[in-house]
Design a protein around this ligand. Sequence first.
Ligand SMILES: Nc1ncnc2c1ncn2[C@@H]1O[C@H](COP(=O)(O)OP(=O)(O)OP(=O)(O)O)[C@@H](O)[C@H]1O
Length: 219
Amino acid sequence: MIRFENVGLRYGMGPEVLRDVSFHIPARSFQFLTGPSGAGKTSLLRLLFMALKPTRGLINVFGKDIATLDRSELPLLRRRIGVVFQDFRLLDHMTTYENVALPLRVRGKEEAAYRAEVEELLQWVGLGERMGVLPPVLSGGEKQRAAIARALIDQPEILLADEPTGNVDPPLARRLLRLFAELNRSGTAVIIATHDLTLMEQVNARRMILDHGRLDIYE
Ligand SMILES: Nc1ncnc2c1ncn2[C@@H]1O[C@H](COP(=O)(O)OP(=O)(O)OP(=O)(O)O)[C@@H](O)[C@H]1O
């Protein structure tokens, strides 16, 4: 679904933070993206989400070469990718329910058409009792799950999550991992950027390991 060939990235005149990165994300696959702090994980996720363009190399997303992509095509492609950002990016003046429903509302869907779906997803991530609460009142782990629900509401084909267990205790981290595994079994490809070795040991998944901008893959 996504293919990188000899991708390089530098910010401004700085050094290359990604070098000759080549890989393929197959449909329905599950992978961890790992490596030391500063290795380029977040940068790689931003390339995957088309929030950045590579300095060199080829990126193909759902069959489209992003170098020649028309800007108007970007929103449609992005809709097929769900993202959980490290800092959640929840809107503080909207309830948890409204935050999760926002991607659908922005697309002009009527609330009657999505209310049950949003509620069901919030139940699934364990926030059934917290729907009417504003994000500042949520705990770190609850915000994490709200961000996951918002990333999933549009049924993406790929889920990208940047350190999704960075703010939660080990039992909740295991629970989130089970949610990701269940999501993956239902057909979504999952890419989780993490430092958390114990998390990675719990799933037999592909490991993409970045070090100083270079990528190694262990199947
Ligand atoms: N917007 C930016 N401008 C300039 N340099 C950047 C920018 N974003 C990241 N970098 C640099 O690129 C390198 C890779 O950063 P990145 O955030 O991708 O690493 P990371 O593996 O996600 O790190 P961490 O695990 O600490 O989140 C770092 O040297 C960082 O300083």
